[in-house]
Design a protein around this ligand. Structure first.
Ligand SMILES: NC(=O)C1=CN([C@@H]2O[C@H](COP(=O)(O)OP(=O)(O)OC[C@H]3O[C@@H](n4cnc5c(N)ncnc54)[C@H](OP(=O)(O)O)[C@@H]3O)[C@@H](O)[C@H]2O)C=CC1
Ligand SMILES: O=C(O)[C@@H]1CCC=N1
Length: 273
């Protein structure tokens, strides 16, 4: 696989939450700081801090530069305007790597006048190299360019390539947005603990550490999730009582199904502009 050391200049358009999470992963993964430029017209303190910590260049606009890889990490709602400002920035050697929800390869290819577009969907655990990204390469993307995109996404965690671009709307709804579902589970568990009479600070410690521990266990123990669940479930015990509620016909599975469906529909909507 292409090394981040050899990938050449990378320009990140949009130094927001996801862009910075990726940038952190690239720097930790060996991308030389001298090869990374951040572009954001109103950088947050977090963007300024990252730039200062690593000596990165932080521009308010991209004009006059032609990177090897242009990473698009702005909100989908502003991409039309952003693409207009990027004419001339996309050179003959530039690969475009988009992480935006909903925005199609065709739309980017039209707006940026290049077919060399990889559309991807990472998630915020990218920041610590524990993310997962789905990706689709446009028809004009070469094997070397696909390798370069893979190197950038792999610095953030696992990479899964898809043939059908429409699958990325589902990926967005499952793993792109997914960390938020888990954090919301922590909030819900902590709220339930408070309902049971525990003090809020303690409730949050218990809820948070339970999810941290369960995730860490799942990483080390490759047994199916259903087996890990069964390992907690003593016959006729407390977990079984809770799972009767969670696994009821109107329990967690249909609820998560509806949430993922709503996210997928929103991803498709964002794509329609
Ligand atoms: N957050 C997540 O978990 C994930 C997000 N994504 C995708 O990443 C993208 C960014 O999301 P997120 O990081 O959450 O959003 P943010 O709002 O945190 O980041 C977007 C950044 O782009 C900046 N920006 C606005 N206009 C421009 C411009 N013309 N040039 C450069 N930068 C600009 C914004 O500034 P300002 O705030 O001033 O507008 C902001 O700092 C979205 O397309 C989203 O779909 C993908 C996977 C996961
Ligand atoms: O909420 C969003 O639209 C973005 C895409 C996936 C995660 N965050």
């Amino acid at each position: 696989m292409t090394s981040l050391r050899n990938i050449g200049p990378v320009m990140l358009i949009g130094a927001g939450k996801m862009g910075l999470a990726l940038a952190q992963g690239w720097l930790d993964g060996g991308l030389p700081a001298s090869n990374l430029v951040l572009v954001d017209p109103s950088p947050s303190d977090a963007a300024k801090d990252l730039a200062e910590d690593y000596g990165l260049v932080l521009y308010s606009e991209a004009a006059g530069l032609q990177p090897n890889v242009l990473v698009l990490a702005v909100k989908p709602q502003v991409i039309g305007r952003v693409m207009e400002s990027l004419i001339g920035v996309v050179g003959p050697q530039t690969l475009v790597l988009s992480i935006m929800a909903g925005i199609s390869i065709d739309r980017l290819a039209d707006g940026l006048r290049t077919g060399r577009v990889v559309r991807s969907m990472p998630n915020t655990p990218a920041q610590i190299g524990k993310g997962v990204s789905g990706a689709v390469a446009g028809a004009a993307v070469s094997a070397n360019e696909r390798d370069a995109a893979e190197a950038l996404l792999a610095a953030a965690g696992r990479v899964v390539w898809f043939e059908a671009e429409s699958d990325l709307d589902a990926v967005t709804a499952v793993s792109g947005s997914g960390p938020a579902y888990v954090f919301n589970l922590v909030e819900a568990l902590a709220a339930a603990a408070v309902e049971q009479g525990l003090e809020p600070g303690v409730a949050m410690i218990l809820a948070r550490q339970t999810v941290i521990g369960a995730a860490a266990l799942m990483e080390i123990d490759q047994a199916p999730a259903s087996t890990l669940r069964q390992n907690v479930t003593s016959p006729n015990g407390t977990t079984a009582a809770a799972l009767q509620v969670l696994m009821a016909e109107d329990g967690l599975t249909p609820l998560i199904g509806r949430a993922v469906d709503a996210a997928r529909k929103r991803s498709e909507e964002l794509g329609r502009g």
